[in-house]
Design a protein around this ligand. Structure first.
Ligand code: FMN
Length: 307
């Protein structure tokens, strides 16, 4: 069994955290990942406190540690969500994308570990200064929102050199090969979103799961126009990576024109990263996790070849 800081801290059998994914990773997916030996996270973008409590109760039913991921810029408007999250008893809380400084000590005081997603080495250094227990080096190939500035591999190397707290790699880790690569580099594990998007335990639609399965690694786009077109006030620094759709094809690169035209879209958006090209079937979370466990054999094979 692979042993890292992550597996020891949360008693996991596979060094994988399923990423918080609002609209996709509810309590059922998080609980299924935790039950299978990873650390499952609930993603909550904002909304009713009772919905977050409900999702947490589903995750808790697995009887294993789980996490909750919140958005810093949403907490600016809905600060009470952090209290609700902490009352649910998560082992790990992530607050990403915006000014999360006010929340770090509150999370720790409640007995949870604090994590945040960093898109540059500078982001990671700031997280260290602000007291993050765990830093997620999230490269631009990842699904959903974040920075597009740096790819996962150069970011991970830079962050590992820059900080002395555990680091997880995120963005494009879709199979055991990717997990083996980031573990070999020195990450304590991977923070994986897209590879879990097509699990039946997810709260997205069957059509979204099928679209990710059909997609190749070329079918995503990093853009701000999907948020502009839906009127979602994400901070400018954070675009999102999704499967290409007609609205994105039409407006990407013409953001100012779009803002002036005020055109809106209700075309469905399927947030997903480049590792969509590695998702080939709808599979239960436990199966996806079992595949990730194959990283151990890959690493052993490398060692045995070099002896
Ligand atoms: C569908 C989807 C929704 C996401 N929603 C959130 C979210 O609510 N909060 C968050 O911190 N990150 C969110 N992310 C980003 C993930 O936490 C993570 O950075 C990303 O999935 C990692 O890259 P990968 O998709 O290549 O595995 C989302 C990602 C996806 C694919």
């Amino acid at each position: 069994m692979l042993t890292t800081w992550l597996t020891e801290r949360f008693e996991l059998s596979v060094p994988v955290v399923s990423a918080p994914m609002a609209g996709v990773s509810g309590g059922e997916l998080a609980g299924a990942v935790s039950a299978a030996g990873g650390l499952g996270m609930i993603g909550f973008a904002g909304g009713r406190a009772e919905d977050l409590r409900h999702e947490a109760s589903l995750a808790k039913a697995a009887g294993r540690p789980f996490g909750i991921g919140l958005l810093a810029w949403v907490l600016d408007f809905q600060p009470e969500l952090l209290d609700v999250a902490l009352e649910c008893g998560p082992a790990l809380v992530s607050v990403s994308f915006g000014s999360y400084a006010p929340y770090v000590e509150r999370v720790k005081a409640a007995g949870a570990l604090f994590a945040t997603q960093a898109g540059t080495v500078g982001d990671a250094r700031a997280a260290l200064v602000l007291g993050a227990d765990l830093i997620v080096a999230r490269g631009g190939e990842g699904g959903g929102h974040g920075r597009d500035a740096v790819g996962t591999l150069p970011l991970l190397q830079g962050v590992l050199d820059a900080v002395d707290v555990p680091v997880l790699a995120a963005g494009g880790v879709g199979t055991a090969r990717g997990l083996a690569a980031v573990l070999a580099a020195g990450a304590a594990g991977a923070w994986v979103g897209t590879a879990f998007v097509s699990c039946p335990e997810a709260t997205n639609t069957p059509a979204a799961r099928a679209a990710v399965i059909a997609a190749t690694e070329l079918d995503t786009i990093y853009t701000r126009v999907l948020d502009l077109g839906r009127g979602v006030p994400w901070p400018e620094d954070f675009g999102g990576r999704a499967l290409r759709n007609a609205f994105a094809e039409r407006w990407h690169g013409r953001e100012a024109e779009l803002a002036a035209a005020g055109e809106r879209t209700d075309e469905p958006v399927v947030w997903a990263g480049q590792s969509a090209g590695l998702v080939h079937a709808e599979r239960p979370a436990a199966e996806v996790l079992r595949d990730f466990a194959g990283a151990e054999e890959l690493l052993l094979a490398v060692l045995s070849r070099s002896r």
